[in-house]
Design a protein around this ligand. Structure first.
Ligand SMILES: Cc1ncc(C[n+]2csc(CCOP(=O)(O)OP(=O)(O)O)c2C)c(N)n1
Ligand SMILES: [Mg+2]
Length: 358
């Protein structure tokens, strides 16, 4: 067992993989920009959390998964779905709440899902994905499968009880799960330093006698290398681990947040100067891929995002009588039969004991 602040292990991707990864990072960036525009035009409802700035973390982590590994994430999940191979059209249509969205329009931005690709969501309750991922890892062990679960969470989720319970069980039962903590420095409006007694999150793995590593999440190659290493151990030796990826989100917590109440404009500008997209493009050019080729790729990706928006706009709304399909267990309808709008269990008015004032 080791707790390591590791940034130096050499790992070079070949230029073909690097090219594909850059393409995905660029797709995620442009997708998020389009989502923000569509949200502000009121075509996307509910919440919408963007991951601009975190692309190397997302793409590096997902690239480390084997095809039959399982992925579970929090709500900042557009990039994860795209990187796992869900078509941009299906992700955008889900944001629009349309029938051909990857969760049939029933989930929206926070609850993306594609079980056919081993992507088990998109969870909106902070920390809620941890017990789910842990249970999935237990089921892999029970079935004797040599697969692993990658469970993404934010720095804000590590102070939830579910973190302790899940890490404890994962270690006691030796479950094949890697907890990927995306440390983007902030929760919804509070910094890690203010919210966490131990802000070096990777060190907390030691409390569960688990491996803990910290990696520069904006370094695509380091990110993939670290995730691969830990997932391999999880698969082959059933050793769970914590991987803390250091990165930054450029936009607010959600589209509705300007993101300036708890950090300065200068800090954002400074971080933007170390944009992982620029870093990866430079790497690509240094490995001999000509700039014109990369420009062409970017134009192609922009067209793909435009097409995804057009698809979502023209896609149909889900049938109202199918809205609960797959949401409740078949046979549980009776439980909801008495529910009525405004008075779910038939109550006619709210009664406050002692009245509403003097
Ligand atoms: C149990 C619960 N409490 C509060 C919230 C509201 N909430 C949504 S996101 C968030 C902050 C989470 O921050 P972090 O885990 O760092 O993820 P990030 O947003 O940085 O990706 C909070 C408090 C929630 N969704 N669930
Ligand atoms: Mg955070």
């Amino acid at each position: 067992m080791a707790t390591i602040d590791r940034t130096d292990a050499p790992f070079d991707l070949d230029s073909e993989d690097l090219y594909e990864h850059y393409r995905m990072m660029f797709l995620i960036r442009r997708f998020e920009e389009a989502a923000e525009r569509q949200y502000k035009a009121a075509r996307i409802g509910g919440y919408c959390h963007l991951s601009s700035g975190q692309e190397a973390t997302t793409v590096g982590a997902v690239a480390a998964l084997e095809e039959d590994d399982l992925l579970v994430t929090g709500y900042r999940c557009h990039g994860f779905a795209l990187a796992r191979g869900v078509p941009a059209e299906a992700v955008m249509a889900e944001l629009f709440g349309r029938a051909h969205g990857c969760a049939h329009g029933r989930g929206g931005s926070m609850h993306l899902l594609d079980v056919s690709r081993g992507y088990y969501g998109g969870w909106g309750i902070v920390g809620g994905q941890l017990p789910i991922a842990t249970g999935m890892a237990l089921s892999l062990v029970r079935r004797g499968a040599e697969q692993a679960v990658l469970c993404e969470l934010g720095d804000g989720a590590v102070n939830m009880g579910a973190w302790h319970e899940s890490l404890n069980l994962a270690a006691v039962w030796k479950l094949p799960v890697v907890f990927l903590v995306i440390n983007n420095k902030y929760g919804m409006g509070t910094s890690v330093e203010r919210a966490s007694a131990e802000p070096d999150i990777f060190k907390r793995a030691a409390a569960y006698r688990m491996e803990g590593e910290r990696v520069d999440g904006d370094d695509l190659e380091q990110m993939e290398a670290a995730t691969s290493r830990l997932l391999k151990r999880a698969r082959e030796e059933r050793r769970p681990a914590v991987l803390e990826a250091m990165t930054y989100r450029y936009r607010g917590h959600s589209v509705a947040d300007a993101g300036l109440a708890y950090r300065t404009k200068e800090e954002i500008e400074e971080r933007r100067r170390e944009d992982p997209l620029v870093r990866t493009r430079e790497l690509l050019e240094a490995r001999g891929v000509p700039g014109e080729g990369i420009d062409a790729l970017e134009i192609e990706v922009e067209a793909e995002v435009e097409a995804a928006v057009a698809f979502a706009e023209h896609d149909e709304a889900p049938a109202v009588d199918r809205l609960a399909a797959g949401v409740y267990t078949p046979g549980s309808e009776e439980q909801f039969e008495r529910m009525r709008p405004g008075g779910p269990f038939g109550e006619a008015e709210l009664v406050f004991a002692g009245g509403l004032g003097a």
